[in-house]
Design a binder for this molecule. Structure first.
Ligand code: APR
Ligand code: PHB
Length: 394
């Protein structure tokens, strides 16, 4: 088999890159370890920045998002009972975010890929890139008990944090930056109306809580829990009781509870690998970086990497600009590190750190108070939350 761009992973990164390339007439094949149903069963984030919204429109996959996604012009911070509104639109000169689940983005991208007749090979095992430092890279994999070889010009490693792409780069070439937080988020999805029209990020002495949503009838809530906590130890009742404790009274009084349709714990981590390129292999999205979810940046960073790689590959194929390939990593990393900083900051400000001394807690509280009591501070939060601009590639 031969293609122009071989893509490993059919998450949002791989599917979006594949769609943009396909629309531009650049042939690509996606190799995915799981089945399509398995990929669609994962419940992930749900806040899209303007840059990602524009990219989905450019890819021609925005029809359902534009019809069903909810535009949010602001969000709330709840600080030990006090509610503060962050007016995203007012503070950023008219920018907002779209609440539309990653699962739905993935579903739309899969449907568009099927309609376009572009190839995705699901249940592909033992995927292994080779000869990335040469002009003729290729991938070997197994499917239906047979071994296959896919020759290509370039390889996009869109295979997430646990994927093979990053692991196939010699470790001495990569520098890893990492921070693991001593807690996770316990998430619950429920078919109940959201407690508030905007998202609520709540800081409380028992720990952080987030009220998010997927639609007018579906809510997504999270609680900060210790890293070693088990989801099965949390009955629905225990979850709702704890959430009510952490929310301001007027919100907990109107919280509608119901049976959970998904409940899971995700660890919190900051992670970046440099560089994001090894010869003709490019790392995209979670394969290269992880942010804690507090800033809603993970999916959006994947989209900005996709945008950068797509713009470069388009110029490579249409204008012969192979010089741009070497710029991929530095362009991506400039934006990634800013989002890493914001995600780390939001996490540090809003969570309870068990080992933090009283002086540090007062400093954190006063830093947060300074930010929310000043328009400059709120503007900084808003500008980062709606997403920093994408760089142009000339
Ligand atoms: N071979 C083939 N496919 C693989 C392999 C492998 N060795 N390893 C992983 N994959 C697949 C996974 O099964 C998954 O479907 O790669 C895909 C990676 O998808 P994601 O983990 O969703 O990563 P990405 O597409 O970069 O999505 C961006 O940002 O913060 C997050 O929640 C956000 O998941 C989202 C991510
Ligand atoms: C979500 O809806 O899953 C969500 C929203 C905002 C975040 C994180 C997760 O910051």
């Amino acid at each position: 088999m031969r293609t122009q761009v071989a893509i490993i992973g059919a998450g949002p990164s791989g599917l979006l890159l594949g769609q943009l390339l396909h629309n531009a007439g650049i042939d690509n094949v996606i190799l995915e370890r799981q089945t399509a149903d398995y990929v669609l069963g994962r419940i992930r984030a749900g806040v899209l920045e303007q840059g990602m919204i524009d990219l989905l429109r450019q890819a021609g996959v925005s029809q359902r998002m534009d019809a069903e996604g909810q535009v949010h012009d602001g969000f709330e911070l709840a600080l030990d009972g006090r509610r503060v509104h962050i007016d995203l639109k007012g503070l950023t000169g008219g920018k907002s975010v779209m609440v539309y689940g990653q699962t739905e983005v993935t579903r739309d991208l899969m449907a568009a890929r099927t309609a376009a007749g572009a190839q995705t090979l699901y249940s592909a095992s033992h995927v292994q890139p080779h000869d990335m430092k040469t002009d003729a890279p290729y991938i070997t994999f197994e499917k239906n008990g047979e071994t296959w070889r896919l020759d290509c010009d370039y390889i996009a490693g869109c295979d997430g944090f646990h994927g093979v792409a990053r692991q196939s780069i010699p470790s001495e070439v990569l520098k890893v930056f990492e921070r693991v937080y001593p807690f996770g988020w316990l998430g619950v999805l429920a078919d109940t109306p959201p407690v508030n029209d905007e998202l609520v990020y709540a800081k409380h002495k028992r720990g952080f809580a987030l009220c998010s949503q997927r639609s007018a009838t579906r809510s997504r809530y999270y609680l900060q829990v210790p890293a070693d906590e088990k989801a099965q130890d949390w009955s629905d009742q225990r979850f709702w009781d704890e959430l009510k404790t952490r929310l301001p009274a007027e919100l907990s009084e109107r919280l509608v509870t119901g049976p959970s349709i998904e409940k899971s714990i995700a660890p919190l981590r900051s992670f970046v690998v440099e560089p994001m390129q090894f010869g003709r292999l490019f790392l995209v999205g979670d394969a290269a970086h992880i942010v804690p979810p507090t800033g809603a940046k993970g999916l959006n960073l994947a989209a900005s990497d996709v945008s950068t790689l797509f713009k470069i590959l388009l110029k490579v194929y249409t204008e012969g600009r192979t010089d741009l390939l070497e710029r991929y990593s530095e362009v991506c990393l400039r934006r990634i590190w800013k989002a890493e900083r914001f995600s780390w900051w939001m996490t540090s400000m809003l969570h309870r750190f068990a080992d933090s001394d009283e002086f540090s807690q007062r400093i954190t509280d006063s830093e947060l108070a300074y930010f929310i009591d000043s328009e400059a501070g709120r503007t900084t939060i808003a500008e980062n939350y709606v997403g920093l601009p994408y760089e142009t590639i000339e």
